[in-house]
Design a protein around this ligand. Structure first.
Ligand code: ARG
Ligand code: ASP
Length: 725
């Protein structure tokens, strides 16, 4: 099969690796490994400290640790920690689910939530937990007779049909869900067979003073003192199968849950992180890296700085606005801050130069191997082609980034899509059909409106629109310029007029409009927010998307070839595929760091340090009184260490967004913590991982147990867990 590597290659490549230096393969020796492939890493895992058989880490017979590692709420990881389907994940992973069930009278962010028994657990509509039952490499079935240099158009239709057929087959035989995804930029394909549970209930949620302590200020930073965890439970029907919420559903039963080890950790300990990293681009070329570094990241940071400032002002002035916007702001700020760390890391570590050196080595290698049969056709054109394709797209990429970050980030414009649906419905339907469709759209509007504050959004408009005008002059739809001129070229006047006139920002008017006997097509068509929305969407479709589509197609082709040939340069066991939100295992050791070559950072943090940061006047740094009292009495239950209460630790595991909530395991596969972040200096790891700099941050499970017991008074939960102390 073509995607596999001819063994005779290894002899030549070994020679070459000596020639060009093994370190040339900066992808090697780290990575997010495919659980069924861990055999390839067995000797390394054992050398590093693994004390259990590989088959315990992954098998498809319900006895592997893989079965206890779940997708939580479509974007995070969680782990099963009891036979009754108790799920441990991060506080920030449960945050939007909790926002949906919070209100001014039930302010779980201020007060926390702890169920006293299963009856008190709160249903979370829309929240899901997905178990992965099996992963299989299906490359042979998807890629036979497909040659690496084959054109996309030729290849795609064949592959798509094979994927659909095979997924169907897997679903039919397993009675479960099945999804096939590409790996190594389309050089491998794997199927994931999974089962998604939809009745998930809240069990425990520490107040923000613990679970979000340090807020956006400490986010992506070490040292860190956040108790970033929350607890949920999966419910199932009588057959223990997924079912939508019903009062009589039972807690999900399983023999496969993680043992908790609360004996503590020390520097140098072996650790593994098991979870669902979302996206990494460790095989990226210098050309795309330059786009990220010079165009994309700076625009995102610039736009979000303005947007966050506007939002935060409104949120600080009004608790009602805070409650509407806290989850939204957390996610905007999260990217904003990460990209700043990423930029800094890329610059300080001269990653672009390193990528270019790697490309030079690639060409040297290629010139020695051009006549080999496994090297793909067109290999020698790859780098030049990428350079040209990227250059041709840079302007469109810039404009599109501004459209996303500065225009469509204004909720009023973004929700123009809802107005457009209303407009289409009114113009196409009559009678009951019209009524029914409008009722659905009204429900959509109310769901959006619950967390929408027009005054806050107007402030965001005031911050973002000038930025868009300044940076995209001459490259924007006429409608924007017309409206701006209509308000005598003053952004303030424009925003005032816009929010006064649009139905979206006038709830009573909009509801009356939707309930009217005959909603007026003219009114909706003339809504200024709808006009802006349609104008930007049309502009994008006409002026931006065609060039982006060309770019994406071409880069998909060249990236596939680049990765294909890069894989020929080393030993297969040294290459892990980039993250794509499939289950992965990564491993490393508990280790402090020395970012500036000064004193460096210890590997561990403690509660007394959190309290030293206490600032009652600042929302993010308000330590709960009760927690201070526990520290004063040194009342840590069984969970302290030498009279101190540990909170978090760092280690050299290669993780990414999506790994939040991941179980952090010791050499025996026991749970020692929950992953929740990375250190600022190392956020570049999505593009370039360096084991000297990059660290993942883990919440020590002892702090989790301490908070459950002493703050939540919820030690009834300990009975269902298996804790080694
Ligand atoms: N940085 C972490 C991750 O990427 C945690 C984010 C949640 N915390 C926050 N303050 N926004 O998701
Ligand atoms: N905090 C991230 C998450 O939510 C984890 C990371 O990016 O390291 O998945």
């Amino acid at each position: 099969m073509n995607s596999k590597i001819n063994p005779s290659y290894f002899i030549k490549t070994t020679l070459l690796c000596v020639l060009v230096g093994f370190s040339s393969l900066s992808f090697a020796k780290k990575g997010m490994w495919m659980p069924p492939n861990l055999g390839l890493k067995e000797s390394d895992l054992k050398k590093m400290g693994l004390k259990i058989p590989i088959s315990k880490l992954y098998n498809d017979k319900q006895t592997g640790i893989n079965q206890a590692v779940v997708i939580f709420d479509k974007g995070c990881t969680g782990e099963v920690i009891s036979s009754n389907g108790l799920i441990l994940t991060n506080h920030h992973c449960g945050y939007s689910a909790v926002q949906k069930i919070s209100s001014a009278t039930k302010d779980y962010f201020a007060n926390g939530f702890w169920a006293k028994n299963q009856q008190e657990e709160i249903p979370c509509p829309g929240l899901t937990v997905t178990f992965v039952r099996k992963m299989v490499n299906v490359s042979d079935l998807i890629l036979y007779e497909i040659y690496p240099a084959m054109k996309n158009e030729e290849r795609d239709s064949i592959i798509d049909a094979r994927i659909r057929g095979l997924e169907k087959g897997y679903r039919y035989t397993s009675h479960l869900d099945a999804q096939i995804k590409p790996f190594f930029n389309g050089n491998e394909y794997w199927v994931t067979v999974s089962e998604t549970y939809t009745d998930v209930r809240l069990v425990g949620f520490p107040q923000n003073g613990i679970g979000a302590f340090g807020g956006d200020t400490d986010n992506w930073m070490w040292p860190r003192h956040t108790g970033d965890f929350s607890l949920f439970r999966v419910y199932a029907n009588k057959q223990n199968k997924p079912a939508s919420y019903a009062k009589n559903n039972k807690a999900y039963k399983t023999a496969n849950f993680l043992t908790i080890n609360a004996k503590g950790i020390k520097e140098g300990d072996f650790t593994m992180v098991y979870g669902f990293p979302g996206t990494t681009q460790n095989y990226i070329s210098s050309y795309q890296l330059a786009q990220i570094q010079n165009i994309i990241d700076p625009i995102r940071i610039q736009a979000r700085t303005a947007r966050l400032e506007a939002m935060t002002q409104k949120m600080n002035a009004d608790r009602g606005v805070f409650l509407k916007y806290t989850a939204k702001r957390a996610s905007i700020a999260n990217g904003w801050k990460k990209w700043q760390g990423e930029l800094k890391g890329l610059q300080q570590n001269h990653v672009l130069d390193k990528k270019r050196e790697q490309e030079t080595r690639f060409m040297t290698w290629l010139n020695l191997h051009l006549m080999d049969s496994s090297v793909s056709g067109k290999a020698s054109e790859i780098l030049q082609a990428m350079d040209a394709v990227c250059n041709a797209a840079n302007q469109s990429i810039k404009t599109d980034e501004y459209i996303k970050e500065a225009v469509l980030s204004i909720e009023l414009i973004q929700q123009g899509q809802l107005l457009e649906k209303v407009r289409k419905t009114i113009s196409a339907l009559k009678g009951n059909a019209l009524r029914d469709s409008l009722a659905i759209l009204k429900a959509n509007y109310l769901a959006f409106e619950k967390d929408f504050d027009p005054a806050t959004d107007a402030a965001v408009f005031g911050a973002l629109m000038p930025l868009y005008f300044k940076n995209c002059a001459g490259k924007m739809p006429k409608e924007f310029i017309n409206q701006y001129n209509q308000y005598s070229a003053q952004f303030g006047k424009w925003s005032k007029g816009l929010y006064e006139r649009s139905l979206l920002s006038n709830k009573a008017d909009f509801i009356a409009f939707l309930d009217a006997e005959k909603p007026s097509l003219e009114t909706i068509t003339n809504d200024p927010a709808l006009k802006l929305y349609n104008a930007i969407i049309d502009y994008r479709a006409l002026k931006i998307n065609p060039s982006l589509a060309t770019y994406n197609q071409a880069m998909r082709y060249w990236n596939r070839l680049y990765t294909y040939n890069t894989l020929l340069m080393g030993d297969r066991a040294d290459f892990a595929p980039d993250a794509n939100f499939t289950q992965r295992l990564t491993y490393g050791t508990v280790k402090g760091m020395d970012p500036e070559g000064e004193a460096g950072y210890s590997f561990q943090t403690f509660l007394d340090e959190a309290i030293a940061k206490d600032k009652p006047s600042v929302e993010e740094f308000k330590v709960p009184e009760q927690l201070k009292a526990l520290q004063a009495k040194k009342d840590f239950g069984k969970w302290g260490e030498n009279n101190r209460m540990p909170i978090a630790f760092i280690a050299s595991n290669h993780t990414s967004g999506g790994n939040s909530g991941s179980p952090v395991l010791n050499a025996k596969g026991e749970l020692i913590g929950t992953n929740f972040d990375r250190v600022w200096e190392g956020t570049m790891s999505d593009l370039y991982y360096d084991a000297n700099i990059c660290r993942n941050i883990t919440l020590d499970v002892r702090y989790t147990l301490f908070i459950i017991e002493k703050m939540g008074n919820a030690s009834w939960l300990f009975k269902e867990m298996k804790i080694i102390k």
